[in-house]
Design a protein around this ligand. Structure first.
Ligand code: FCB
Length: 442
């Protein structure tokens, strides 16, 4: 049975934190928030488990103090959260929701009081409905509006945030949502995919420009890296895996670190790319201060000629799986970091901004034994330790997630938290994993 005592061997200045995001926990029916495109998406039949949405979620708008206390009591030194765009700007670009503004004021002040470093993400997928109705991420204007929204954040909170990230997981915003149709807006359309793949990166670039114009210094982007591997040694599978590497990983990093997009995918998206997209790449390549990596699993890729546009499929692998049916593949975390650092010759700090697992947790008279989650954390932390020993510049590790929450198209049916949430009563119950972090962080 694994424990997390290895935490004690991490460098003294290594930051341990836990992460959440606005739509997944806040409850957007509270505090005069505007609606997000997830509210719309959840209503479409078959898109979200039991058509659940984030109107109530963990009602963090009410329980935020208790929630921050849970982060602090576990001994974490940082909290990664996101701002809700519709909460700050409910119905248009110009008007601000004062209740929203003061909510994040209180939240950040409390973090500082508890000695938690605030890691704020600007966009973790809750796009205001008015922008979704105008075409969302398939439209250039959305990237421009994102710049205005970024300014609201940096102006109001920049003096108190330890670090900021522009976008969480552009692959999900663009590919998962416009090509695979799994997340809002649920499209399967190559033209919107190509546009979104570019405009989400442009939004990042515009955001960086705003951040720099306020002389804010600790800014980055959060990319979700998959350990992409070929299903077999057959050349067609290897080629398919190489293409998927571009789709999932290098599209976004190439844009940020080389101001270009990778060739094979660009050939596929080419005809649909925005006119003169090349001119934006310099903005997208605005230097960042750190790179955030979210890692969960690997993707085993096989050539598939049935697929018309990208001829590949993701095959279910043989390893043990989490409740998301994602393979547990800790070496992958090491691999994706090595690849990233070598490919771009990175010297900048790396933050592991998310890692964790869904588990079928049961609340048995107030006890939640999630030893499997402890095992998962142990195995992944071991890989980070190996990299630190080899001199990799990794600065932090954030467990996803503080609370069981709204897991997007899986609704409330998947539990990722260190703290169990009874969604009927909103009672928070610390799981064994919370106690395990706590006894080793303090
Ligand atoms: C990541 C998301 C996060 C959560 C985890 C399980 O892709 O950033 O919101 O859904 O996966």
């Amino acid at each position: 049975m694994n424990n997390l005592s290895l935490i004690k061997k991490f460098p003294k200045d290594f930051i341990f934190g836990t992460a959440t995001s606005s739509y997944q926990i806040e409850g957007n029916s509270f505090g005069e928030s505007g609606k997000s495109h997830w509210d719309q998406f959840a209503k479409i039949d078959g898109m979200v488990f039991n058509s659940q949405d984030g109107r109530i979620a963990c009602n963090h708008i009410k329980y935020w103090e208790e929630d921050l206390q849970l982060v602090s009591d576990a001994g974490f030194g940082a909290y990664r959260f996101s701002f809700s765009w519709p909460r700050l700007m409910p119905d248009g670009n110009q008007s601000l929701n004062q209740k929203g503004i003061s909510f994040y004021d209180k939240l950040i002040d409390k973090m500082l009081e508890l000695d938690l470093k605030p890691f704020g993400t600007f966009y973790h997928w809750d796009l205001p409905i008015y922008l979704a109705d105008l075409g969302g991420w398939a439209k250039r204007d959305t990237a421009k509006y994102f710049a205005d929204y970024s300014e609201v954040i940096i102006k109001n909170y920049g003096d108190r945030l330890y670090s900021v990230a522009t976008i969480n997981e552009p692959w999900c915003v663009a590919w998962l949502s416009h090509y695979l149709g799994v997340h809002a807006p649920g499209l399967k359309d190559i033209e919107s995919t190509a546009k979104a793949m570019h405009y989400i990166m442009l939004a990042h670039g515009y955001g960086m420009e705003v951040i720099r114009s306020y002389s804010f210094k600790n800014a980055g982007i959060v990319l979700n890296k998959a350990a992409v591997e070929s299903y077999s040694d057959k050349p067609e599978d290897i080629e398919a895996a190489n293409l998927y590497e571009e789709i999932h990983n290098s599209w976004f990093s190439d844009a940020v670190f080389k101001s270009k997009y990778p060739e094979n995918l660009l050939n596929i998206l080419g005809d649909y790319m925005p006119v003169k997209y090349e001119e934006d790449l310099k903005i997208i390549g605005t230097p960042i201060d750190w790179l955030g990596i979210n890692y969960y699993t690997r993707n085993l890729i096989k050539f598939d000629k049935q697929e018309k546009i990208c001829q590949l499929t993701d095959i279910e692998g043989p390893l043990n799986k989490t409740d998301m049916n994602w393979e547990i593949y800790p070496e992958g975390l090491k691999k994706v970091i090595e690849t990233e650092v070598n490919r771009y010759n990175l010297k900048l700090p790396i933050h592991i901004t998310e890692n964790g697992m869904a588990n079928k947790d049961l609340n048995v008279d107030g006890n939640v034994d999630d030893q499997k989650r402890i095992d998962y954390y142990f195995l992944h932390l071991q890989e980070i330790q190996t990299l630190l020993d080899r001199g990799y510049n990794i600065k932090s590790y954030f467990a996803w997630s503080l609370l069981d929450n709204y897991e997007w198209s899986f609704g409330y049916n998947k539990r990722f938290g260190l703290v169990y949430v009874d969604f009927e009563t909103q009672k928070r119950i610390k799981k064994k994993s919370w106690y395990e972090f706590s006894s080793n962080l303090k």
